[in-house]
Design a protein around this ligand. Sequence first.
Ligand code: NIG
Ligand code: FE
Length: 408
Amino acid sequence: MKKLIGPFTQMLPLTELPLKGALKDEQLHLIPNGGLLVEGGLILAIGDFDELRKANPSVFIEEIQGQQVLLPGFIDCHTHICFAGNRAKDYAMRIAGKTYLEIAKAGGGIWDSVTQTRAADEATLTNLLIQRANRHLAEGVTTIEVKSGYGLSLDEELKQLHAIQAASAQTEAKLIPTCLAAHMVPRDFAGSQEEYLQHLTNDLLPVIKQERLTNRIDIFIEQSAMDTQNGLAYLNKAKQMGFDITVHADQFTTGGSAGAVQVGAVSADHLEASGEIEISLLAASNTVAVTLPGASLGLGMPYAPARKLLDGGACLAIASDWNPGSAPMGDLLMQAAVMSASEKLSAAEVFAGLTFRAAAALKIQGGILAPGMPADMQAYPCADYREILYYQGKLKPGTVWIAGKSHV
Ligand code: NIG
Ligand code: FE
């Protein structure tokens, strides 16, 4: 059924903005008294509410009350929300002064979440994931990438990917799965890093392909995880098999982002340790630079050089990295708003990074309000889009729509 939604005090379609580089708020196209014509889950037309109503006299109207600012739904292009348990112990050690690497060496870190996630059955894991996805959806995040990577064996990685598949059918949020079996070499694997990655290539990736569980492969390239040489060999093989590549890169030390650019990864994520060389490489490439302020906040470490990446000409997306270890908060808007104050990002850059630039990191359409796009969107109870970042994440959307259907 066709319907007209509005009037919105202000509508930000985020259209006609470049995919890469710095943005000024003056470039934002603002539509006052906005309306959207929606059919079959897609946007048919956007524009002035009264004009749309005149042109469609008998159409059903979903009337918006009070002052509301409409944005595309956020796209969180990097999360690890398929996990069981928590790592409050790690966090306590960290705020008492231990480093991420020290905690990992003392038996905490990723391996602890692997143990807790393995202990949960698929149905439990699915339910935990649905709850987190629904919380994100209520906060305006309509598309969520979800990584495996807390299984780290054939069966356990498949269990995670199956849980993501099952959750997709039970939440309105759109979930995009990614295989992160190359998160670290599992402690119980009897062999070298090279052998583990070969095992993944030979035994796991063909099953994932056959079962169509995901077309995205991720790896953690870092001193404590996979080295660049082994990592590149793995990624090249995955690429030959037809997978899209994304990389956890330059979190503590460099190497990952150069590798990501070299294999033509869709995105290089983290980048806290990236310097001038890495910034230039990313800016000259089609690899989206994904900054994860939630990990910086969780670890008490500096943000990725978001300002420099944008000024250098990179495509910068902002994601939550929501995970039980380094980024337990999972509040994407709050993280983006807080980082923007330190990194000096304009509202246009923040909203672009949370929408159509994040869509590019996932190679999906969306993140803009335009004819033909899914009607995934969110309305904030305010009169001016600048209030959204001003309240640093405490102002939440009053209504969230997926495919034109309202949820909150
Ligand atoms: O993106 N850096 C590697 N992986 C995750 C952390 C996972 C964990 O600590 O459980 C991240 O921050
Ligand atoms: Fe991550």
